[in-house]
Design a binder for this molecule. Structure first.
Ligand code: IPD
Ligand code: CA
Ligand code: CA
Length: 260
């Protein structure tokens, strides 16, 4: 099956499982005893559905999931899964979370989908063919100055070493940007920039593999991403600071403001 069609089909299938779980109930636990790192019984169930579907359809492909999965060494293709992005929202009944599935080839995203089953919004991309919301092409906003920008600001509360930077950054954004939001699903945030609903954003700490599908959507929609130093992001499991934007000048205006 075509990986693009596969990713769309699977995020929808898992999305239906999440909606069902909201009705039936589920258990909530913490990862490593950290009360700020929530995982539900449905994260695991959704993960199992995706992992077994990929193994069946693409047995030679490598696989990474935020919730764990087998790795087949040697393939140039790697599936990346975040079965629920926004588990804390999901656990509290907040209807803003997503199922994320993407395919990397040669270390870069080539196809994938991010789905919010509550709003039924399906963001998707295919490299070279564009980014879409429910099948319709999307593109970034034309906002060109931070003073007029809607900023996604998610500094990373789990890392005490980021708190001072976060506090100073928030103060700077209060003065220099139009609006700020922190919504709880980084993948949807990135899709919102791709769709022109927000203009720039920063995350204090994220694994770029968790958000690879969303970053592919952003890129195909005309947006950009960068590390704290302004260099290209590496797709890896390592926690890193991530800047996103509707354009390089906008991303740079935000990055220079917060990193100096
Ligand atoms: C979380 C969300 C959130 C971000 C956290 C992530 P999870 O993902 O993306 O927006 O601020 O850092 O951990 O844990 O719900 O998959
Ligand atoms: Ca997750
Ligand atoms: Ca996540």
């Amino acid at each position: 099956m075509d990986p693009y069609e596969f990713s769309i089909q699977k995020v929808k299938e898992v999305g239906a499982t999440l909606l069902d779980a909201r009705e039936r109930g589920f258990s909530v636990a913490t990862k490593g005893g950290n009360p700020r790192d929530i995982v539900t019984s449905i994260d695991k169930k959704a993960n199992d559905i995706l992992v077994s579907a990929i193994k069946k359809e693409f047995p030679t492909h490598r696989l990474y999931s935020e919730e764990g999965g087998d790795v087949v060494a040697g393939s140039d293709e790697q599936w990346v899964i975040d079965p629920i992005d926004g588990s804390a929202n999901f656990s509290r009944g907040i209807p803003h979370f997503s199922v994320c599935l993407g395919l990397l080839k040669g270390g870069a995203p080539v196809a994938g989908a991010v789905y919010n089953p509550v709003t039924k919004e399906l963001f998707s991309f295919k490299k070279g063919e564009g980014a879409f919301l429910n099948g319709n092409p999307i593109g970034v906003s034309g906002v060109s100055v931070l003073a007029e920008a809607q900023v996604v600001f998610s500094p990373g509360s789990r890392k005490p070493e980021l708190w001072d930077w976060a506090a100073v950054s928030y103060r700077k954004l209060l003065e220099k940007s139009l609006k700020r939001g922190m919504y709880g699903s980084s993948a949807l945030d990135i899709c919102f920039v791709a769709a022109g609903r927000a203009d720039v954003g920063v995350y204090g700490t994220l694994s770029t593999l968790d958000i690879a599908a969303a970053l592919g959507i952003l890129q195909e929609a005309g947006g950009v991403s960068a590390s704290a130093s302004g260099g290209s992001l590496e797709y890896s499991i390592a926690s890193q600071k991530v800047y996103i934007g509707n354009s390089t000048p906008m991303l740079e205006e935000l990055r220079v403001l917060l990193e100096s």
